[in-house]
Design a protein. Structure first.
Lengths: 106, 127
């Protein structure tokens, strides 16, 4: 039906990254070190996943003293979904009307 | 760079030249599009839209190949063409009528979010 927001979906295709997103949703904000403690992978591996999530616009990092803390930015997913639903519904309505309009009369 | 994209396909009970007329003739557009849409179907031609809800969009035709393909960008005037989405109609005549594909796409929201963040940062810098 649709093809959308490749970067977002690619970022969320990986189960570890989904788990990282879930953890951030629960924790609010966390450093790579704090997140690594919750997963059976290294801090470097977590940092790599966070980098990809950040590229996809799902996560932002901000510096607090010596620590880089990450948090979710759910807006892109919401915006993209809202746009697709709204625009898709518009075309569904128009194409149904166009199909009726072109039906042989009589 | 990726796009947000909505795609629809429909089999229409008419030959491609009639579908083309329905896509470009203002009187016919009024019958199905919802709101008033005017398209000048040639590259660089203007498009102008006023929805039943008062929404206004202006735009510009990118491609017009009668009976085959029509593509235009449209945008909300105060947002300007950087906020445009692109509409592409592809027509393919088949035995039962015309297969019409519509794709509407716009730059990924990740980028628009980045530009919003930049705007916010600038506000902070100049505040």
């Amino acid at each position: 039906m649709t093809e959308a927001v490749d970067a977002l979906f690619a970022a969320l295709a990986d189960p570890t990254r989904r788990a990282v997103v879930e953890s951030l949703a629960r924790l609010g904000a966390a450093s790579a070190t704090q997140l690594a403690a919750r997963f059976p992978i290294s801090r470097q591996a977590v940092a790599k996943h966070l980098g990809l999530l950040q590229e996809a616009g799902l996560v932002t990092g901000s510096r607090h003293g010596r620590e880089l803390r990450y948090e979710l930015t759910p807006a892109p997913l919401n915006d993209a979904m809202a746009w697709m639903v709204q625009v898709g519904a518009g075309w569904d309505r128009r194409l149904a009307a166009l199909s009726r309009h072109l039906e042989p009369k009589g | 760079m990726s796009n947000s994209e909505v795609a629809r396909e429909v089999l229409l009970p008419a030959p491609a030249d009639e579908v083309w007329e329905a896509l470009t003739d203002p009187a016919q557009l009024a019958a199905w599009f919802g709101g008033d849409l005017e398209i000048d179907p040639r590259p660089g031609g203007r498009t102008r839209y006023r929805g039943d809800d008062g929404e206004v969009r202006i735009g510009s035709v990118r491609e017009a190949d009668p009976g085959r393909r029509l593509a235009f960008d449209w945008w909300v005037p105060h947002e300007g063409p950087n906020g445009a989405s692109r509409v592409e109609f592809d027509l393919e005549e088949v035995e039962e009528g015309t297969h019409l594909t519509v794709i509407e796409s716009r730059p990924t929201v990740v980028e628009s979010q980045v530009s919003r963040l930049e705007a916010r940062l600038q506000q902070r810098v100049f505040a």
